[in-house]
Design a protein around this ligand. Structure first.
Ligand code: NAP
Length: 282
């Protein structure tokens, strides 16, 4: 059986259509959802991601504001901006584009965002809610993974899910989501010995590492569902994931691609979270 490719664009478009509808309903009640994105420094990849988020907001009618701060911004200055945005009722969601310059404490910054405006779902209160199976905001990349899986009708319950990478953006929240869906979850990371022994046992394999071609076809169970969260820029400028797609596509049953996969659903889920945030009042 040839590997089924899930279109991130199709899944993202469906989510965006729902969001658009919800925005219209909210506007009819006099409320326009608002998202503020803060970017510190001039990392080129971050600039692209922020531009994509801004455009996506415009597409669905969400009011978007981008706060651009220089690389020399102090932690105190950034916290002050977050404090102002926390107080503004027209801003329902706040996202700080990561990574931050080294002199700024990322944890402190995330904790400064009001949990009811933390549409990236990274605040400890929101991570805790997710772990308890009562999420307020689900981090956008794992949320997109879930949407991709749901779009195929694939049953998570009872499956063995293996996640490679344990970051707060992808691996950790993904493990909580799959556990809530009654999968049996194994998490691998940089200290895991014999990675392939684990990945070969995965019915669902989620990869979020940041290393091109880390996962090759011989590391995948025949028929597995493979979701590639990696976004890596190669020296020639091309974008690739963590999965060696040509060899994995010969073995996997269903797979996402990079580009064209989770990058698109990540943005769509951010829009969904922003619209959801309106219920907390801004
Ligand atoms: P990160 O915070 O650096 O985490 C990487 C994870 O991979 C860590 O848990 C690390 O283990 C693990 N790891 C490193 N080398 C490994 C190896 N050889 N074998 C197994 N695990 C290994 O990165 P991140 O922020 O999660 O980003 C990961 C990738 O996802 C990047 O390519 C990034 O661009 C992409 N990304 C995509 C989206 C999207 O929209 N699709 C969003 C965010 C990030 P330790 O914990 O032991 O260090």
């Amino acid at each position: 059986m040839p590997c089924q490719i899930i279109s991130g664009k199709k899944v993202a478009d469906q989510v965006k259509d729902e969001v658009k509808k919800r925005v219209k309903e909210l506007q009819a009640c006099g409320k326009t959802p608002g998202l503020a994105v803060i970017i510190v420094g001039d990392d080129p990849a971050s600039q692209i991601y922020v531009g994509n988020k801004e455009r996506a907001c415009q597409e669905v009618g969400i009011h978007s504001e981008v706060v651009r701060m220089t690389a020399t911004t102090t932690e105190a200055q950034l916290l002050e901006v977050i404090d102002d945005l926390n107080k503004r009722t027209a801003v329902h969601g706040i996202l700080v584009q990561l990574p931050l310059p080294r002199h700024i404490n990322e944890e402190k910054v995330i904790e400064a965002i009001h949990p009811e405006k933390d549409v990236d779902g990274l605040h400890p209160a929101n991570m805790g809610q997710l772990l308890l199976g009562k999420p307020r905001f689900i981090p956008c990349t794992p949320y997109g993974c879930l949407k991709m899986i749901e779009s195929t009708g694939y049953e998570i319950e009872g499956k063995h899910a293996v996640i490679v990478g344990r970051s707060k953006l992808i691996g950790k929240p993904m493990s909580a989501l799959l556990l809530s869906g009654n999968a049996t979850v194994t998490i691998c990371h940089s200290r895991t010995k014999g990675l392939a022994e684990y990945t070969r046992k995965a019915d669902i394999l989620v990869v979020g590492v940041g290393k091109p071609n880390l996962i090759t076809g011989d590391m995948v169970k025949p028929g597995a569902f493979v979701l590639d969260g990696g976004i890596n820029r190669l020296p020639d400028g091309k974008i690739t994931g963590d999965v060696d797609f040509p060899s994995v596509a010969d073995i996997a049953g269903i797979a996402t691609t990079v580009p064209g996969g989770l990058g698109l659903t990540t943005v769509a889920m951010l829009l969904k979270n922003t619209v959801e945030a309106v219920k907390y009042g801004g």
